[in-house]
Design a binder for this molecule. Structure first.
Ligand code: BV8
Length: 232
């Protein structure tokens, strides 16, 4: 059966009550991307940005992992070959569901970063503009989130996984944002089978051989049962 790589987006956390980005009542409906998810927005109004992430950190802490997160943790536990989750999400629901082999390519609400010396430390529940960096002591703390125009994390490692996986699955992402939206093309090029889980086909839906439409809390557990029965 071989290695399985699973890319997840906001849709896997939707049924845990966390907002997606592009739904009409989504996160971006309340804020312009340029204002809250770019380095320029942070420089312009650090309080707006820090408060945006404080609110999401509190929502994430109050949310619970759902059957979709739990299905991926079960797959990792019982699949004989490597399973790795590459998430675009900044919440901690995969970790709390038990996933261990995980890459937060867009950072995490649980992390803080010093934009002066690059030091990283666990973020407090509430950050304030000008919080001091524990290392260089300057007031240069920011959320450890990858904003638009910034390089996502662990890209080399992700491409190594895409080059060596048998199955590439994508869950709950609209295919709007690159480089994540380009992963399916890379996985196909390297010979992987591809499957998409969504409520509707994403912008890159045509690149997937198999598409399972419906809420991830239903489609993912059923797929994990299928995969594990094939390897039993
Ligand atoms: C980079 C962290 C280069 C923040 C995020 C033109 C101009 C300027 C830039 C660009 C451009 N063209 C391309 C770019 C690059 C840009 C980009 O792609 N822009 C897009 C908008 C055009 N990308 C970047 O800037 C990236 N960096 O390119 O760096 C570089 C090179 C060298 C040196 C330096 C830099 C960085 C992008 C990362 C931005 N940060 N997140 C935060 O979270 O606050 S992006 C953010 O949106 C999320 O992290 C996520 O990745 C992304 C997409 O959101 P989705 O997860 O897909 O959520 P969405 O709401 O869109 O969709 C939800 C889906 O779930 C839907 O399909 C829905 O149907 C489905 N769903 C809903 N409910 C369920 C469900 N599915 C199943 N079950 C359900 N119940």
């Amino acid at each position: 059966m071989g290695k399985i790589v699973i890319l997840t987006g906001a849709g896997i956390s939707a049924e845990s009550g966390l907002g997606t980005f592009r739904a009409e009542d989504g996160l971006w409906a309340q804020h312009r991307v340029e204002d809250v998810a770019t380095p320029e927005g942070f420089a312009r109004d650090p309080k707006l940005v820090v408060d945006f992430y404080n609110a999401r950190r509190a929502q994430s802490a109050a949310a619970e992992p759902n059957a979709g997160h739990e299905a991926l943790a079960r797959l990792e536990t019982y699949h004989p070959d490597e399973v790795i989750v590459v998430t675009q999400n900044v919440d901690d629901l995969h970790e709390r569901a038990g996933t261990r082999n995980l890459i937060h390519m867009h950072g995490a609400l649980s992390g803080a970063l010093c934009h002066a010396c690059d030091h990283r430390w666990p973020a407090p529940m509430v950050m304030a503009p000008g919080d001091p960096c524990p290392s260089c002591r300057r007031g240069t703390a920011r959320p450890d989130i990858v904003w638009f125009g910034e390089m996502p994390y662990q890209m080399d490692e992700i491409f190594d996984h895409l080059a060596s996986c048998e199955i590439f699955a994508s869950v709950g992402t609209s295919g709007n944002v690159y480089p994540a939206a380009g992963f399916v093309a890379e996985a196909r090029r390297m010979g992987a089978r591809t499957i998409e889980f969504n409520l509707e086909r994403s912008l890159v839906g045509d690149l997937f051989e198999d598409v399972r439409l419906g809420p991830a809390t239903g489609t993912l557990p059923a797929w994990v049962d299928e995969v594990l029965s094939r390897t039993a």
